[in-house]
Design a protein around this ligand. Structure first.
Ligand code: CTP
Length: 409
């Protein structure tokens, strides 16, 4: 049997990028031989094994044929006769279809190295279309390697367009899609992921709520970029520049969905877009089964981001409501993430990327003031049950009044 390193490990070594996990392909072996060498099978009918010591994935060289819709609809053919070239041709991109032996000798029948040099994401063969997830993968790689100047080859973009129109994307499971989306959002240039999806028509299918934001104007005074879609991408870009976590990036992407619902005659104003957007945010959250912390933050940021921007003008009672909505006493981190998302929203505007955001410290100070109210003295005064709740609220309101007064001195 011959063993080769394949896929991302070869690509990233040639790009001079760190290699995190290594995939191997085994040519000329049977399942029985693999088991005899101590490899552990990954799934019942999948010719993939884990190395007994390293835990790395070793797959028998295989050909694949699509036999139905979605990811389940595949038939595999793995046998010792399948060649390395046959295995590589079923892969997604030429830059992912190179193999290397233990002497670092490269097998590159589909010119991956040439495309690496040309900075092109190009599909290997029409078999690309057999897995619609590849549309998201290409967009993710475009985001990851944007700083190196990579773009999607026109013929690959065309194939992605056809796949998006064919209805195949709907067959993707929420789990597989979310895995790609979340990884893409954590790249340095996540906005490129959305741009590529939009360019090939996949955004309209996967997240029509975001696609609808392009072409929707906002008031120029606050939004020199005017377009809501452009603004959304800039907010996401800022979130990545500031190394925000996934929760914040997800919330940034979804924060303005309500603006897509504004009747044209109301443009460029978007009255109550925060509230109107909530049902759309919920729908996107559920479509991809986003993790609970991402879902929660997206909804809260959607509802309250304007409060964040107007923090210094808010009445103490409104500030208190805001803090209560975030349960800032038990979930201080979530409030921090809200502040971060608001700040990214304020900076994701043309020419305003460097602006200061005094609201952030002001909100932190308010949270601290409200949190500093001690419950013990109220218990000692004999407050119980709902009355205790009311007393705590009253004290917190007083603390916020004092805070606001002190801050305006
Ligand atoms: N692959 C594919 N189509 C997919 C998934 C994977 O053709 N839908 C192939 C590609 O050759 C890819 C290899 O399987 O390089 C390994 O896949 P994976 O580990 O998911 O991706 P990597 O390319 O290693 O990239 P990453 O660095 O993002 O893990």
């Amino acid at each position: 049997m011959q063993i080769y390193k394949v896929g991302g490990a070869v690509r990233d070594r040639l790009l001079g990028k760190p290699v995190t996990d290594i995939d191997w392909v085994v040519v000329g072996a049977t399942t029985e031989e693999m088991l005899a060498k101590g490899f552990r099978p990954v799934g019942a009918d999948f010719p993939v094994f884990l190395h007994p010591k390293s835990g790395e994935e070793y797959a028998l060289a295989r050909t694949e044929r699509k036999s139905g819709r979605g990811y389940g609809g595949f038939t595999f053919h793995a046998s010792p006769e399948v060649t390395l070239e046959e295995d590589l041709i079923r892969r997604d991109l030429t830059i992912n279809a190179m193999a290397e032996d233990d002497q670092q000798h490269l097998t590159d029948p589909y010119h991956g190295q040439r495309d690496l040099e040309a900075r092109l994401l190009r599909h290997v063969s029409p078999a690309f279309a057999e897995d619609p997830l590849r549309v998201l993968r290409v967009a993710r790689f475009a985001a990851r390697y944007a700083d190196l100047g990579f773009t999607v080859a026109p013929e690959t973009l065309e194939l992605m367009r056809q796949l998006s129109e064919s209805g195949e994307l709907q067959a993707l499971t929420a789990e597989r899609s979310w895995k790609e989306i979340s990884r893409a959002l954590l790249e340095d240039q996540p906005q490129v992921f959305i741009e590529v999806l939009r360019e090939c028509g996949a955004l309209k299918v996967l997240m029509p709520e975001i696609d609808a934001l392009f072409g929707v104007p906002q008031p120029q005074a606050h939004h020199p970029e005017i377009d809501t879609g452009v603004h959304t991408l800039s907010v996401l870009e800022q979130a990545a520049l500031h190394k925000q976590p996934l929760t914040v990036r997800w919330a940034c992407l979804l924060h303005d969905l309500g603006k897509g619902l504004t009747p044209e005659e109301e443009w460029p104003r978007h009255i109550a877009h925060e509230h109107k957007g909530l049902k759309l945010i919920k729908a996107v959250n559920e479509r991809f089964k986003a993790p609970r912390d991402c879902q929660e933050l997206a909804l809260l940021v959607g509802q309250y981001h304007t409060h964040g921007h107007r923090a210094l003008e808010l009445k103490p009672s409104t500030l208190l409501e805001l803090l209560q909505s975030f349960d800032v006493y038990r979930r201080p981190q979530r409030f921090e993430e809200f502040i971060a998302a608001c700040e990214m929203d304020a900076r994701g505007r043309k020419g305003l990327e460097q602006r200061s955001y005094p609201q952030a410290d002001y909100l932190r100070g308010a949270a601290k003031a409200a949190r500093s109210v001690a419950v013990q003295p109220l218990l000692e005064k004999g407050f119980k049950g709902p009355e205790l709740g009311e007393a705590i609220k009253r004290e917190r309101l007083n603390a916020l009044k004092a805070y606001k007064e002190a801050a305006s001195v």
